[in-house]
Design a protein around this ligand. Sequence first.
Ligand code: SAM
Ligand code: SF4
Length: 344
Amino acid sequence: MTPYDDTLAADRAAAGPLIDELGRTVTYLRLSVTDRCDLRCVYCMSEHMTFLPKVEVLTLEELDRVATAFIGLGTRKLRLTGGEPLVRKGMMDLVRGLSRHRDSGALDELTLTTNGTRLAEFAGELAAAGVRRINVSLDTLNPGRFRTLTRGGDLSKVLAGLDAAQAAGLAVKINTVALKDDNAAEIPDLIAWAHGRGCDLTLIETMPMGEVDVDRTADFVSLKDLRAHLESFWTLEDLPLSTGGPARYVRVAETGGRLGFITPLSHNFCEACNRVRLTCTGTLHTCLGQDDATDLRALLRAGASDAELTAAIRTAVLGKPRGHDFQIARARPAVARHMSTTGG
Ligand code: SAM
Ligand code: SF4
């Protein structure tokens, strides 16, 4: 327990859940813990990224405080992301600290999204801290292609990380960005491989976020088309499963595994959106595809009380935009910030 855990629980009881003007209840926070990463995926970062000075990034204590504030306001699911969360110094201290909310029952799930390069080192500690499921991003099983797509990454580290995660008892979902010229032809093999080792796999369309040196338009592949291709040799059975998020799920009859489609560009999913994102600098974005932003770091560092912090969060959520407006054909990104800043 920290001194502010009690007051925040009291606030929640007094004022009800976090709700926006359209009646959507926000119960899911994605918290970016760093903008740094040990990879440079071509669709996510430019080759020579300038990372933020340390002073701009929330401290571990600030991350804990703001996450706790959200949990006090009814957040049931917390996903830690980045940048690469496992390169953040002290990351395990943060995870262990936040796991008190899972232990108390305030949080249903504490999870993270990782590129997997450091999982071999941390899988055991994550499992011991009560993490049960993780998402691992992986776009190819070809070492050379992996090196190209990540600008220098070593696939064997990710595969060792996956082994370690599963050996530690973590359920793993693979996230794969579909790229027409880079991995589209390999995707059926990737799905069969993931399902063969007991992992769900979710396909993601590239989103126009941040300048990245490459032309995303050229490499964009519509998941509608990819799905039609998969259906030419597999039976895809729609699953009712809804996470309040953008993914739609099917079961592949032939593999028995679950396959998700995240289609921000060819399908709009905003009416059921239950999530918000906090960048590693403490900026709250209530929509991934809009530029709305609330600076919670300024409040935290000005010595705001718990009541002031929760009031700012409530106000920001109230104004959550109706929906995003991504269009891959636009010359400029829909939002200037990179996915690694906002957290995927
Ligand atoms: N580094 C971690 C990882 O790669 O899983 C966590 C952060 S990363 C920004 C989160 C997710 O966003 C990854 O699955 C990545 O593939 C995805 N992503 C990054 N840039 C994207 C883009 N422009 N469009 C679609 N997905 C993107
Ligand atoms: Fe790093 Fe993840 Fe972005 Fe790849 S997608 S550059 S691993 S933050």
